[in-house]
Design a protein around this ligand. Structure first.
Ligand code: GDP
Ligand code: IMO
Ligand code: MG
Length: 431
């Protein structure tokens, strides 16, 4: 089976947890977008792992691949690979020669651009993501394959520096010796990473031909997509299912099964519109119950109620086959639970998700309230039986399925790999 796991909200839905959970069914996992802005948490056998660049299935997969659509900080990647090697991971790691390279200059530019944006700053993760994609599309980017060639590295670093002079002058990068040091560091990293570098679009196709189950792991989420998210408060890459074709070089028509990961409520880091956001005491409670602080930045995440109109859109845009619903345990700790059921303007229901500042300000939301199921009984959790779950939780799931017309096939009831249930009818059971 060829599958994809994608976030349907503002990121941090629990994609890492679901990808790891599925890694005993898929022998290969592939990342195709973003870079170290992603923070994918896996809790397995009592240990916590945080993946930034390497796919979250790395603990159990045979092969994991970092696709061409990614932007990779080679130094951060070496640290991540070394950490992984020192744990029990035995996965073969392959990195696309065509992926773009994040340099310290790009991280500096990320901060400088945020300063210029001022009131419109997005609160990026400061990982150099935006500036690296800018250089990719300006055709002055550095690719992983360039790391082998010191002369090319020097030339490209000079080009990037000269193109971005207005932001970089007066920084440490205006010193030629600093730029030479970056070239040397990257070249050294390139030597270390050389055994992993391949044209991974061919590798993936070969694995497909061998009949391996392959899972594509999206980073970020639909509402952070550069085209369809809440622009400009988005990341600099596409996060939709279709992005895997371009970001991994694998034809989307061959994908059998798209799993949309949905957090049972919502969270968001960084600035920008968040229609169902909760403020005040309720928000503080939910944030504390869920320890909602960014994996990468530890920034407090903004929290909100489940947004069905937004999810309908995400499901359509990604052609989602099944939902993995996470954090049901966390939501159950709230006394009362709300769900946004429609978006309205002047009392009239909208059949689209507004993306202009003006329209978003005028948006009216309709909510329904449902009863909470309370804290989960650990004894029931251990039994992994859907039927034993609290009826009120099952009612919440039923509302979601009825409204979205997509089955919830994976239920996540805790951060650990073991706290996960696959429903009886799921195609995952046949793998
Ligand atoms: P990702 O970016 O989509 O992979 O999500 P993150 O890892 O950034 O954030 C999700 C957080 O929720 C992590 O701390 C996970 O360990 C945690 N998590 C995922 N699913 C569940 C769940 O069902 N219950 C609880 N309590 N935590 C979960
Ligand atoms: P995962 O894969 C949550 C947000 C940032 C910021 C905006 C732009 O863990 O779900 P960037 O550094 O990409 O230029 O930041 O996008 N953002 C994320 N929010 N989860 C993520 O990834 C994110 N990746 C980027 O907070 O608002
Ligand atoms: Mg995350």
């Amino acid at each position: 089976m060829i599958g994809a796991v994608l976030g349907l909200q503002f990121g941090d839905e629990g994609k890492g947890k679901i990808s790891d959970f599925l890694s005993d069914k898929f022998q290969v996992e592939v990342r195709f977008n973003g870079g170290a802005n992603a923070g994918h948490t896996v809790v397995a056998n009592g240990e916590k792992y945080k993946f930034r660049l390497v796919p979250s299935g790395s603990l159990r997969c045979e092969t994991v691949i970092l696709g061409n659509g990614m932007v990779i900080d080679p130094l951060a990647l070496i640290v991540e690979i070394n950490n992984l090697m020192s744990s029990k991971c035995r996965a073969k790691i392959k990195i696309s020669k065509l992926a773009h390279v994040v340099t310290p200059m790009h991280k500096e530019l990320d901060k400088k651009e945020e300063e210029v944006r001022s009131k419109l700053s997005l609160g990026t993760t400061a990982q150099g993501i935006g500036p690296t994609y800018e250089d990719k599309y300006a055709r002055s980017g550095i690719r992983m394959t360039d790391l082998q060639n010191l002369e090319i590295l020097r030339e490209k670093i000079e080009i990037i520096y000269r193109m971005k002079l207005n932001l970089l002058s007066g920084t440490e990068f205006s010193d030629a010796a600093t730029r030479e040091r970056i070239a040397q560091d990257l070249h050294r990293a390139g030597k270390e990473l050389e055994p992993f570098l391949e044209y991974t679009e061919s590798t993936i196709y070969d694995l497909y031909k061998q009949g391996k189950n392959i899972l594509f792991e999206g980073a970020q989420g639909t509402m952070l997509d550069i085209d369809f998210g809440m622009y400009p408060f988005v990341t600099s890459s596409n996060a939709l299912a279709g992005a895997l074709s371009l970001g991994a070089g694998f034809p989307f028509r061959k994908v059998d099964y798209v799993i949309g990961v949905v957090k049972a409520y919502m969270s968001k880091v960084g600035a920008g519109p968040f229609p169902t956001e909760i403020h005040g005491e309720q928000a503080d409670k939910l944030r504390e119950f869920g320890d909602e602080y960014g994996t990468v930045t530890r920034r407090p995440r903004r929290v909100g109620w489940l947004d069905l109109p937004m999810l309908k859109y995400s499901i359509r845009m990604n052609d989602v086959d099944a939902i993995a619903l996470t954090r049901l345990d966390t939501l159950g700790e709230m006394d009362k639970i709300r769900i946004c059921t429609s978006y309205k303007k002047n009392g009239k229901e909208l059949n689209y998700i507004p993306r202009s500042f003006q329209e978003l300000e005028e948006l009216e939301l309709t909510f329904m309230e449902v009863e909470s199921w309370g804290k989960l009984d650990p004894e029931i959790l251990k039994k992994h039986d859907y039927h034993l779950l609290p009826q009120k939780m099952k009612d919440y799931i039923r509302i979601i399925e009825n409204e979205l017309r997509v089955p919830v096939e994976v239920l996540s009831l805790g951060e650990g790999r073991e706290n996960t249930i696959v429903t009886q009818g799921s195609r995952l059971n046949s793998l």
